[in-house]
Design a binder for this molecule. Structure first.
Ligand code: ZN
Ligand code: ZN
Length: 621
């Protein structure tokens, strides 16, 4: 399989560790079948490499014609014939010279064989030791390959794959090499699996936060800001303001104190915290302020932890003061490569719903349980119902040694044990994973899935005994001796950017009423209804609702359609009858017609739905 670096260079997605081995074999085998069909169609095509990737595989050929749709159809049909021929995948070990003889007309395979003899795998990556060279043959086609493959083509489903497109791609992903033709295909165990995948792709495209962000006028990316720095448009800014108000209210009620600390600090702060060097790859370059380099260098903060530590240290603390819960909607800056940023989910400046709890050792478990409770409450309001907890640990002791984590085995053991016990005692189902911790301590991560079934971390809680040591934090204990607090890092609703992008996709843009940027759209039918609409707008805005009146001269049906397209929960139509009865005709964004309601009745309903943060548009009676 190609490495992460190679796939990224080639513009492909890296395959996760938990890649299904059965799918791997199937996709790899289909790549050979495709290659056979391609060289039958284009005898001049020279096969290069064809690895499995997420959802399928690709195969690159040196080929100087552009295949037409008709060619691709021919190739797909031929692949089906080959599959039905029940050809065995026969493996043979060969010497380097035998390999060179077999592939004498293929300079790419010759280069690969040279690599194999020098301890590279067939994709040119370090394999550790000189690999044995194997060739696989099915039917008439022989390929240089490490395998593994299915036994015979009878193990493949002729309806389980789809050739998607052909694009250009440089050999080895390097632009001074020759441009090859890359055949992309998605491949599954059965036709039904393929169909389900294609449906997921369609649904993901429908919910894509970048597409909806544009259509719903939530955010935009302006090249002049640089990639990874989106701007929130008024409607997106409204969602963020509501989210911020929502979470800070919950935090205040849970005993948190909010602060503002600088986005920038001297580099020395991050040497003390250990972000330098552990986290240097993700940090922006230093800003040189002094005459000479290194004299006074400032850096954009990658995290708020060292800043909140300064808040803790701003006065003497006693055991009675603890726990101290310091919170901030903190801006953080991450130096992501420009190739990987995009939309709102991968950005270079983000605002984290951050907090650091400074607690006595005997308070750790109770405080973490409190954070979990807060998280569950917030998730319920946001409509996030499917998630699981991961206990994220440091480097797998059975794997190669890692420099990613601070070296303090006793600390890792005790922190991990604490987190595990909290999860066990809370009765929450969880799983454990190596190599997912923060550099200074283990985490509880909340994992959610997107439409494609890809898992990502939305929220985290971390137990940290490292930074308190680095900064020599103390509190005076009941016996008057200085003791060291434990630090709990936590983000309940993630960064504003990530949470917004996640919510856009989760709700397909149709936000719960309490979060919707516009909650009520007023549609006066004619000019004579405008004053009534203006008065009602003023009344609702004064009551703190978010309202837009369409005072254009468009047709009523078009105005209703526009509001529904913007996913406004309530669309109120106002005509003569409504004015006369001081009422509104209420429609929901999904087309449901609730009929005429007296204005006061509608306002009472809106108030109830908004205040309760229900996901329903019409409250239960
Ligand atoms: Zn193979
Ligand atoms: Zn932190």
């Amino acid at each position: 399989m190609a490495t992460e670096a190679e796939l990224k260079a080639a513009g492909e997605k890296y395959i996760p560790k938990d890649y299904d081995p059965a799918l791997y074999k199937l996709r790899h085998s289909l790549a050979h079948v495709l290659a056979q069909a391609v060289v039958e169609k284009f005898p001049q095509a020279i096969p290069t490499i064809g690895p499995p990737i997420e959802y399928g595989f690709y195969y690159d050929f040196d080929l100087d014609v552009n295949p037409t749709d008709g060619d691709l159809e021919w190739i797909a049909n031929r692949m089906r014939q080959i599959i039905k021929g029940k050809h065995a995948f026969k493996v043979r070990e060969v010497s380097a010279d035998e390999g060179r003889a077999i592939f004498k007309d293929n300079p790419y395979k010759l280069e690969l064989i040279d690599g194999l003899t020098k301890g590279k795998d067939e994709y040119g990556n370090e394999a550790g030791s000189a690999a044995t060279i194997t060739v696989y043959q099915q039917d008439t086609f022989v390929d240089l390959c490490r395998g593994p493959h299915v036994e015979t083509t009878a193990d493949l489903d002729s309806k389980g794959f789809k050739i998607q497109q052909v694009t250009g791609s440089y050999w080895r992903g390097k632009s001074d090499n020759k441009m090859l033709k890359r055949f992309h295909a998605t491949a599954w165990a059965s036709g039904d699996d393929l169909k389900a995948h294609l449906e997921r792709v369609e649904e993901a495209a429908r919910r894509d936060h970048r597409k909806l962000g544009r259509e719903l006028e939530l955010f935009a990316n302006e090249p002049i800001f640089g990639s990874g720095f989106p701007m929130l448009l008024p409607k997106g800014a409204t969602i963020r303001r509501v989210l911020e108000g929502f979470i800070t209210e919950y935090e205040r009620k849970a005993g948190y104190q909010h602060v503002f600390t600088p986005d920038i600090a001297k580099k020395e702060l991050y040497y003390q915290s250990g972000h330098l060097p552990h986290y240097a790859d993700s940090m922006f370059p230093f800003m040189q302020m002094g005459e000479n380099p290194g004299e006074e260098d400032l850096v954009l903060r990658p995290m708020c932890c060292p800043h909140h530590i300064q808040v803790y240290k701003s006065k003497a603390r006693s055991y009675r003061d603890l726990p101290i819960r310091i919170a901030e909607l903190g801006n953080m800056y991450r130096f992501e490569r420009s190739g990987v940023v995009g939309g709102l989910s991968r950005v270079r400046c983000m605002t984290l719903n951050d907090a650091h709890l400074f607690v006595r050792p005997d308070q750790v478990k109770g405080e973490i349980a409190g954070v979990l409770a807060l998280m569950k409450k917030a998730y319920a309001d946001l409509g996030i119902t499917e998630y699981r907890f991961r206990l994220s640990k440091n480097a797998d002791p059975s794997g190669p040694p890692s420099t990613k984590y601070v070296d303090n085995p006793a600390m890792w053991e005790s922190s991990t044990k604490m987190l595990r016990e909290v999860l066990q005692e809370s009765g929450l189902p969880f799983f454990e994973a190596w190599n997912e911790a923060a550099f200074y301590g283990p985490k509880i991560d909340v994992q959610v899935k997107d439409v494609m079934g890809r898992e990502e971390t939305l929220s985290t809680i971390q137990a940290d005994q490292h930074l308190p040591n680095q900064f020599q934090l103390e509190f005076k204990d009941s016996d008057d001796t200085p003791k060291r607090p434990v630090m709990i890092h936590r983000g309940v609703i993630s960064t504003m950017e990530r949470m917004t992008s996640y919510l856009i996709e989760l709700h397909a843009g149709a936000f719960p009423v309490w979060l919707a940027p516009v909650q009520v759209a007023l549609v006066p039918i004619g000019d004579r209804h405008f004053d009534f609409a203006r008065a009602l707008t003023e009344r609702l805005v004064n009551a703190d609702f978010r309202v837009e009146a369409d005072l254009s001269h468009g047709r009523m049906q078009a105005k209703i359609r526009d509001a529904a397209k913007m996913k406004v929960p309530y669309i109120l139509v106002i005509g003569d009858k409504e004015m006369e009865a001081n009422a509104v005709a209420v429609r929901l964004r999904d087309g449901t017609d609730l009929g005429q309601k007296p204005v006061h009745e509608f306002v009472a309903m809106l108030d109830k739905v908004n205040a309760s943060r229900t996901l329903k548009l019409v409250p239960d009676a």
